[in-house]
Design a protein around this ligand. Structure first.
Ligand code: PSU
Ligand code: MN
Length: 302
């Protein structure tokens, strides 16, 4: 076996002994949150997983090697180094060949965590179909990865900056299972309710684990999305959200931002224009997803 993964001792022991493990992405650390606080937030997310009885496995490419489970020094570099690139699946081979630093997206993290034998992954919001995709064809590689990697991804829904209805349609086409966690409506990251129904509702982590078990028996290769709405007290005011979004989309267009830079641009726009409210919401929802993912990982132990 020559799978080029460097597992931390903690993660490797946890996988070998069947302990619950939760994969965590690193794009959110390098490109999704302001640099001043992102390392601290990344540590908090890992701590939340540990507190719930599972082992966190943050994924990133460090000096050309894929790491599953980072040391504090590595985590700090991913959070703060200027030369860390946002790495989706298409970028992995290049970053590795060049010995570079890569922060893995939902797509790349799902793929690598699956290679490592991990079954549950927590993030903030999924990528999806961008607004205006009919002209730009901008659709996140997260969708194709969800369609081909059997990973359970706990998220706060799809980022509200996207075309949520179109994203749900694509998830259906790709045969991705979508579960609403204690909700009948699909959540939209900063906001609890996008007005769109979820195909299925579950109310306990054990129900998710039961679904995972049956899907595994069938040999299904698609992903499972667990949509966990942001807590009511952390939700962004829907009016502020709408105003900020409209202005942000206009600004992105004026500045000629395209491709992989769109999502980081809009997230930074929100963090700057909402006086920290969106940042607060973002951190709160990721912590909540980390907790739920850990509960699912623990419930899914055999
Ligand atoms: N959700 C967040 N913050 C982020 C992202 C998602 O709360 O930074 C990142 C994820 O890594 C996701 C990526 O995979 O944005 C999607 O980018 P794109 O739309 O370019 O595929
Ligand atoms: Mn894109």
């Amino acid at each position: 076996m020559t799978v080029p993964l460097e597992l931390s001792a903690e993660v490797s022991d946890a996988i070998a002994s069947g302990q619950g493990v939760v994969a965590l992405e690193s794009t959110i650390i390098s490109h999704g949150l302001p640099t001043e606080t992102s390392a601290q937030t990344a540590r908090q997310i890992e701590e939340e997983v540990r507190r719930t009885g599972a082992v966190p496995a943050t994924v990133a490419v460090v000096d050309g090697t894929v790491h599953v489970g980072l040391s504090d020094d590595e985590l700090l570099r991913v959070a703060e180094d200027e030369d860390v690139v946002k790495a989706s699946i298409r970028d992995l081979g290049v970053v590795m060949a060049r010995g570079g630093m890569g922060a893995t997206t939902v797509a790349a993290t799902s793929y690598l965590a699956h290679l490592a034998g991990i079954r549950v992954f927590a993030t903030g919001g999924l990528g999806g179909v961008h607004r205006g995709a009919r002209e730009t064809w901008d659709e996140s590689a997260d969708l194709a990865a969800l369609g081909s990697v059997p990973m359970t991804v706990v998220c706060a829904g799809v980022k509200s900056i996207l075309d949520v209805a179109a994203t749900l349609e694509r998830l259906e086409s790709l045969s991705v299972t979508v579960l609403g966690y204690r909700t009948d409506v699909f959540p939209g990251f900063y906001v609890r309710d996008t007005g769109l129904p979820v195909p299925w509702r579950v109310d306990e982590p054990g129900e998710v684990a039961a679904v995972m078990r049956q899907r595994h028996r069938l040999g299904l290769t698609q992903g499972l999305v667990v949509a966990n709405p942001i807590a009511e007290e952390h939700e962004l005011d829907p009016d502020l959200h709408e105003r900020t979004l409209v202005a942000g989309l206009e600004a992105a267009q004026r500045a000629g931002v395209t491709g992989k830079d769109v999502t980081p641009f809009l997230l930074a726009w929100f963090h700057e224009r909402t006086e920290g409210a969106s940042l607060w919401a973002n951190v709160a929802l990721v912590l909540s997803n980390a907790r739920l993912a850990a509960q699912i990982a623990v419930a899914g132990r055999v």
